[in-house]
Ligand binder design. Structure first.
Ligand SMILES: *Cc1c(COP(=O)(O)O)cnc(C)c1O
Length: 405
């Protein structure tokens, strides 16, 4: 992989017409170590957030030796890069053939579920393979309520009374049992984990079975930008969230229970930025070479403001407008369909023009993992960049670097 000091250097050297991902392995390792250092239990990186081999390798090199996986392809990706790593199969709804593959071929012994039919599938496999259920830890996924950019309890999780039944049934079946939840991705207030812990406490007390572990899931927020024309939301920092979480864990009596977390976004978001090119400026609209079917999927851009930095093409000699003034530009993606328009504007200098580049920061989570081949476009060029995005020159103008203040 080619290496550059900054994304600007990469853009001006390569003059790319295709989107280029700028990977910052040192940032990734630092963020992985930071999380593991703050969390008082086992850190399992959530592979779905970004399953690129270079990411799994760096996370593993940072000392993370557990991974949250959900599919045969994720089992294989982790096994290839980190053969000794532990895998936690935390998808609550699974094909029986995948459960068998997990237990038989990959030796996975940690699994999650939220329904009795999943217990039946698991037990069929455990019996067929003659596995001691006491060697398997089964987490019951609990429904939670809270505020996050992406709610997950609409889809997964047993209601508390149901979770009690599931725990008791698993315990009778000879399994080791745990409670897990996922409060939703990019949580917006620090009370979210407390509400989930209160619910886990209620379930634990009613179930009356020994708990092998408590898994608090993911959801830890990454730092993004904000629209300079709107009031910046007050986001809790990771340190604040961790301090609260640590206290709440003790307060609800989980201080002696082995803990697990499954962070994704908070570990990998900062590790990548993306260089896109302005293919055409049409008034206050910019047509770029990436979009919602590639690295900027709508689910993302609807809720999250990405920080962006302008990289003017020095070959453009004359420009219209005032370089010191920023304006909002509607950003249209690279495919031939009308959905491919970002739901938030980018704030850029008035002088931005056809041929310039934009570096979009903090796109490591749920961006390249969600890219498609739609319309024949599939960005897949990577370079390594040494300097963290937020240090790549002052944010001059444009989109939102509130988090760097
Ligand atoms: C997606 C997911 C995660 C990661 O969530 P983040 O909000 O990115 O930290 C963790 N655990 C499970 C079970 C998930 O589905």
């Amino acid at each position: 992989m080619q290496r550059f000091e900054t994304a600007r250097d990469a853009a001006l050297t390569l003059r790319p017409d295709r989107p280029v991902y700028c990977f910052r392995p040192d940032v990734l390792k630092a963020d992985a170590r930071r999380f593991a250092g703050l969390f008082p239990g086992k850190t399992a990186y959530a592979v779905k957030t970004n399953g690129e081999a270079m990411v799994l390798k760096a996370v593993s090199e940072a000392g993370i030796s557990a991974f949250d996986v959900a599919s045969p392809a994720e089992f294989a990706a982790v096994r290839t890069v980190a053969p000794d790593a532990e895998m936690l199969y935390m998808h609550p709804v699974k094909a029986q053939s995948d459960i068998r593959l997990a237990l038989e071929a990959f030796g996975i012994r940690v699994i999650a579920l939220d329904h009795e039919d999943e217990i039946a599938k698991l037990t069929r496999v455990v019996k067929a393979l003659d596995i001691d259920p006491g060697s398997v830890t089964v987490f019951v996924r609990l429904q939670t309520k809270g505020h996050a950019a992406y709610e997950l309890s609409k889809k997964f999780g047993a209601a508390p009374a149901h979770a009690v039944e599931l725990l008791q049934r698993l315990h009778r079946g000879g399994y080791r049992v745990g409670i897990c939840f996922h409060v939703g991705s990019q949580i917006e207030d620090a009370d979210t984990y407390e509400r989930a812990l209160a619910s886990a406490d209620w379930v634990r007390n009613r179930a009356g079975v020994p708990l092998a572990a408590l898994d608090v899931g993911g959801g830890f927020p990454a730092e993004y930008g904000h629209d300079p024309n709107r009031k910046a939301p007050r986001m809790p920092s990771l340190d604040e969230i961790m301090a609260r979480l640590g206290n709440d864990i003790v307060e609800y009596g989980f201080g002696d229970v082995p803990l697990v977390a499954e962070p994704g976004r908070v570990i990998v978001a900062r590790a990548f930025s993306l260089i896109v090119r302005v293919l055409l400026r049409k008034g206050r609209r910019l047509y770029i070479n990436d979009g919602i079917w590639s690295s900027l999927s709508d689910s993302w851009t609807g809720k999250i403001t990405l920080p962006a930095r302008f990289i003017p093409d020095p070959a453009i000699r004359t420009r219209n407008g005032d370089a010191g003034r920023t304006a909002a530009f509607r950003v249209c993606g690279g495919t031939c369909d009308s959905v491919d328009i970002l739901s938030r504007p980018f704030w850029l200098p008035e002088t931005v023009d056809t041929g310039d580049w934009i570096e979009i920061g903090h796109i490591g989570a749920y961006s390249m993992a969600l890219r498609t081949h739609f319309n024949g476009f599939y960005p897949d060029t990577f370079v390594e960049v040494a300097t963290p995005f937020e240090e790549g020159g002052a944010p001059d103008s444009f989109a939102s670097l509130e988090t760097m203040a």
